[in-house]
Design a protein around this ligand. Structure first.
Ligand SMILES: Nc1ncnc2c1ncn2[C@@H]1O[C@H](COP(=O)(O)OP(=O)(O)O)[C@@H](O)[C@H]1O
Ligand SMILES: Nc1ccn([C@H]2C[C@H](O)[C@@H](COP(=O)(O)OP(=O)(O)O)O2)c(=O)n1
Length: 193
């Protein structure tokens, strides 16, 4: 047996996340909020002015976004280009638009692969994945992933005219303290000691 899966279901706002975090805390598991990956992707697109109805543009942005998730159940955080966006991704603006990214059949497999990468890179502690209400996306194979960073019309704006990073002076090269699994682009998990 490789693990135990616990499903917690219920309407929004009924305490699924709270229970999941508490379970993770008590069992000393990492806490990986997969919904946060969709929320961060949505925030990124909103910030960069990407049309959420344009599946290819959204997917290109998802493929290049620089996200770190702190998997500590006592204080799970989401960092975008080093900036803590944990509160921003919970705003109504994101909540009302995140489904457009979550149902984007080009972006979804990229995010799912990133989620698998985070899980695969967390060998020492098991992960508790938050349950969610919704259907399954298409299965995605590693070989389908773009091998290099795709060119994108928003790239120039993201980098700035002279290649300056976005955020508060802590761009792509920034690494949060703690163990991390950096990728050139994309999502990574960080579990603070
Ligand atoms: N047992 C509880 N008693 C009181 N408030 C709770 C309880 N569980 C969760 N909450 C609060 O309810 C709100 C929604 O909880 P959350 O875990 O985010 O729900 P869900 O993940 O199901 O959407 C949060 O503000 C949380 O603090
Ligand atoms: N594994 C997941 C987790 C979330 N999603 C979708 C479902 C929602 O539209 C968004 C945000 O998920 P989140 O769990 O934060 O949403 P709620 O807490 O239920 O409001 O992402 C998904 O498609 N797959």
């Amino acid at each position: 047996m490789t693990g135990i899966a616990i499903a917690i279901d219920g309407p929004a706002g009924t305490g699924k996340s709270t229970v999941s975090r508490e379970v993770a805390k008590r069992l000393k598991l990492a806490y990986f909020d997969t919904g946060a990956t969709y929320r961060v992707a949505t925030l990124t697109c909103l910030r960069e002015g990407v049309d959420l109805a344009n599946a290819a543009d959204v997917a290109a942005m998802v493929a290049t976004m620089n996200v770190e998730l702190i998997l500590n159940p006592a204080n799970p955080r989401a960092l975008l280009d080093g900036e803590d966006v944990s509160s921003l991704i919970r705003t109504d603006t994101v909540a009302l638009t995140v489904s457009k990214v979550a149902t984007n059949l080009e972006a979804r497999p990229l995010l799912q692969q990133m989620q698998r990468d985070v899980i695969a890179a967390e060998p020492r502690r098991r992960l508790l994945r938050r349950p969610w209400r919704g259907g399954r996306g298409p299965r995605h194979h590693h070989r389908d992933r773009p091998r290099s960073r795709p060119s994108h019309p928003h790239d120039r704006r993201r980098r700035g005219p002279r290649g300056t990073p976005r955020g508060r002076g802590r761009g792509r090269g920034h690494r949060a303290p703690g163990r991390s699994w950096p990728r050139q682009d994309g999502l990574r998990g960080v579990l603070l000691p």
